[in-house]
Design a protein around this ligand. Structure first.
Ligand SMILES: Cc1ncc(C[n+]2csc(CCOP(=O)(O)OP(=O)(O)O)c2C)c(N)n1
Ligand SMILES: [Mg+2]
Length: 324
């Protein structure tokens, strides 16, 4: 069993892996090497890392469009996630999944899809299956504040509570859905209050405070594994990138979140102050992580493109498409 300092350092390293993975992706996207759309999770690393460290391989993950980091933290080799985002044959879904549709059954990552909110209903089916089998596995769903405006969200919360399903709702409230502030599209910007109305434990936490996020998430998974039903967590954070390139928020807001309330910087300062790390150690971790991520980029770049002849394969699992 890891002691708290070791765990802190391990999670800190993972936050850097997520940050550097996304920064490398942004760079390669601008160079034209990453096809499709790109929504990064920069700024939301603490939430992703704490969730990943709270899940076991058998627990199900329903990632959202900013969860690239979670895809590899769940256990899929990072170079296969990077190659997937590059659309390469060596990707975890042979380059067919990309950012949104990357799934990996071997680690119970069920993948995202383009219809926001729909996965909250799919997750219920998975959770119900496990409940019926007597498994203590849970289904963790990542969702944004905007997604919490979907009807499917309310349906999911209601049924999960009524049937005491093992679902962990990880609501990443980053303040905006595209450019709509959360308070303008919901009756209250405190989203945890909605879930509380469905009679499940529901809490709000500072999503940029790594250890606080970890503790809250641990408590939630213990509750769910004990068979007590779903749990809702609202992580208050901020995403550095919008849904599209370009900035629409005011300068002071950007400065506050990027300079003052930045998850990696906060962890840096906290670990130095508590004597968990030295500046040299933090620099060493950063260099090691940079090297690791660049090796994934190199792997992706050197990988072959998918074979066009295989384009229709693996579209449906175990299901042959009849051609007439
Ligand atoms: C049903 C549906 N409506 C609209 C969209 C287009 N869309 C994609 S992401 C997004 C905003 C989501 O906001 P939020 O859930 O807060 O996530 P964030 O991007 O802030 O992480 C929208 C409207 C969609 N994918 N599905
Ligand atoms: Mg949002």
């Amino acid at each position: 069993m890891m002691d708290r300092s070791e765990l802190y350092l391990k999670m800190y390293r993972d936050m850097l892996r997520v940050r550097k993975f996304e920064q490398a992706l942004e760079r390669e996207f601008k160079l034209g090497n990453v096809p499709g759309m790109l929504h990064t999770g920069i700024g939301q690393e603490a939430t992703m890392v704490a969730v990943a460290h709270s899940l076991r391989t058998k627990d199900g993950l329903f990632p959202d469009h900013r969860s690239h980091g979670l895809l590899f933290l769940k256990g899929t080799p990072g170079e296969r996630i990077m190659a997937e985002l590059f659309g390469k044959a060596t990707g975890v879904c042979s380059g067919k999944g990309g950012s949104l549709h990357s799934a990996d059954k071997s680690v119970n990552n069920f993948g995202d899809n383009a219809v926001e909110g729909s996965f909250m209903v799919t997750a219920l089916g998975v959770a119900l299956g496990w409940q019926m089998q007597g498994s203590d596995a849970l289904a963790a769903v990542m969702l944004g504040d905007g997604t919490a405006g979907e009807g499917a969200w309310h349906e999911s919360l209601n049924l999960a509570a009524a049937w005491k399903l093992p679902v962990l709702y990880c609501c990443v409230n980053n303040g905006y859905a595209i450019s709509t502030p959360v308070g303008k599209s919901h009756a209250t910007g405190d989203l945890y209050k909605f879930a509380a109305a469905y009679d499940m434990p529901s809490v709000q936490v500072d999503g940029n405070d790594l250890m606080a996020v970890y503790e809250v998430t641990q408590k939630a998974v213990e509750h769910i594994r004990a068979g007590k039903g779903p749990y809702f967590i609202e992580y208050i954070t901020w995403r550095w990138q919008g849904l599209f390139m370009g900035e629409f928020r005011d300068k002071e807001e950007v400065r506050y979140w990027k300079e003052v309330h930045e998850p990696i910087k906060l962890a840096d300062e906290d670990m130095l102050q508590k004597g968990i790390a030295t500046i040299e150690l933090l620099k060493q971790i950063e260099n090691e992580v940079q090297e690791e991520i660049e090796s994934w980029v190199t792997f992706a770049k050197q990988s072959p493109d998918p074979d066009p002849a295989k384009a229709t394969g693996n579209v449906y699992v175990g299901w042959e498409v009849e051609t007439r």
